[in-house]
Design a binder for this molecule. Structure first.
Ligand code: PMP
Length: 361
């Protein structure tokens, strides 16, 4: 059976080689006579998987020893609350830059726990760009942290250069973690749901500076304390063992591809094919994001009206393209070309876009 051209926004494609390896190991993992799902989370076999996933993340993202890597459940959405619960003290302010629906949700949760301040927003222009016109100087007075969403999954914008923040910089990287090389040391805390670039859903990766762990307050639920997860190597309770195993396989695959640098090069080619199809269409396709804010991961575009959009999506579906419908807040189409989406899916989409344009101009 032919694999779909999967452009889902997440969960999304996994590398075929990863799926095949998981299939091969499914009923007898590492000669244990059972699958990873059937192993005790306290067994050596499972612990090796768990620690391998952690070590690979550290290696591939070049994460210094001054950081802890945590695996937490509850999705990136739980991080929206865990972050202010752990770090927004009553005499401080949490600063946010609002660049899309997911940052709006993060802000909404933070407001439940303390003082927040949105210092820049792209909302007025339907989040078609990353704001540049703001000052961070005053945040040093009372700032607990500055929170950004590095890639805006729905709107298709992405931070190109991260802010130089005088206070700890926190980032939701759910939809672009490991899509390009970054300097982890710019950030004090990074979180990302795995289901786009790292593996299946069910696990959230948190990369946190160790010195922040001392700030965890006593009066919050145990499961929501970062220091508890850190002290227990993310094994305080039963972790989603199969999801972490799949994460380890995806990370092995990234390493085999040549690491994040090689993945980034391919991602740039992939996105270029699709953006070129937009830019060379004489306005037939219109990109939602301003050029200097374009995302490598989520490519958003509209067609002239709803009727032609429907036709585009119907014909695309017939040709095996999946997940191209845009989010209702932008309309039109969105192609999510995460790390595991092969180059050939993107060249096929670009060719289809050209053919469709010629047939319908
Ligand atoms: N942040 C971003 C940038 C996202 O794209 C998403 C999911 N699409 C979330 C947060 C929420 O993630 P989860 O479903 O894992 O809670």
């Amino acid at each position: 059976m032919k694999r779909a051209y999967n452009f889902n926004a997440g969960p999304t494609a996994l590398p075929l080689a990863v799926l095949e390896r998981a299939q091969k190991e499914l009923t007898n993992f590492n000669n244990t006579g059972m699958s990873v799902m059937e192993l005790s989370h306290r067994s050596k076999d499972y612990e090796d998987v768990h620690n391998r996933a952690k070590d690979l993340l550290k290696e591939l993202m070049n994460i210094p020893d001054s950081y802890e890597v945590l695996f937490i459940q509850g999705g990136a959405s739980l991080q929206f609350s865990m972050v202010p619960m752990n770090f927004l003290q009553s005499d401080k302010t949490a600063y946010y830059i609002e660049t899309g629906a997911w940052s709006e949700k993060a802000i909404k949760e933070a407001k439940l726990f303390g003082k927040t301040n949105v210092i820049a927003s792209s909302k007025e222009q339907n989040h078609n760009h990353i704001p540049k016109d703001y000052s961070l100087d005053h945040t040093a007075e009372d700032g607990a942290y500055l929170h950004i969403t590095t890639n805006n999954t729905i709107f298709g914008t992405q931070w190109q250069d991260y802010p130089n923040s005088p206070i700890p910089l926190f980032a939701d990287m759910s939809s672009d973690i490991m899509c390009k090389e970054i300097d982890v040391e710019k950030f004090s805390l990074i979180y990302a749901g795995a289901q786009k670039n790292l593996g299946p859903s069910g696990i959230t990766v948190v990369i946190i500076k160790k010195d922040l762990l001392e700030q965890t307050p006593d009066n919050i639920p145990t499961m929501l304390k970062y220091n508890i997860h850190a002290k227990n190597n993310s094994l305080y309770n039963t972790p989603p063992t199969f999801a972490i195993y799949m994460l380890s396989l995806v990370l092995e695959w990234v390493k085999e591809q040549g690491g994040v640098k090689a993945i980034e090069e391919t991602n740039r080619k992939k996105a270029d094919f699709i953006y070129d199809a937009i830019d060379n269409s004489n306005g037939f396709y219109k990109g939602h994001a301003q050029e200097d804010s374009r995302s490598l991961m989520n490519i958003t575009f509209t067609l002239r009206d709803e009727e032609i959009t429907k036709k585009f999506l119907a014909e695309a579906k017939e040709k095996g393209f999946v997940g191209l419908g845009g989010h209702r807040s932008v309309g039109g189409c969105r192609a999510s070309a995460y790390n595991s989406v092969p180059l050939e899916s993107c060249t096929a989409l670009a060719s289809f876009m050209d053919e469709f344009r010629k047939a319908n101009s």
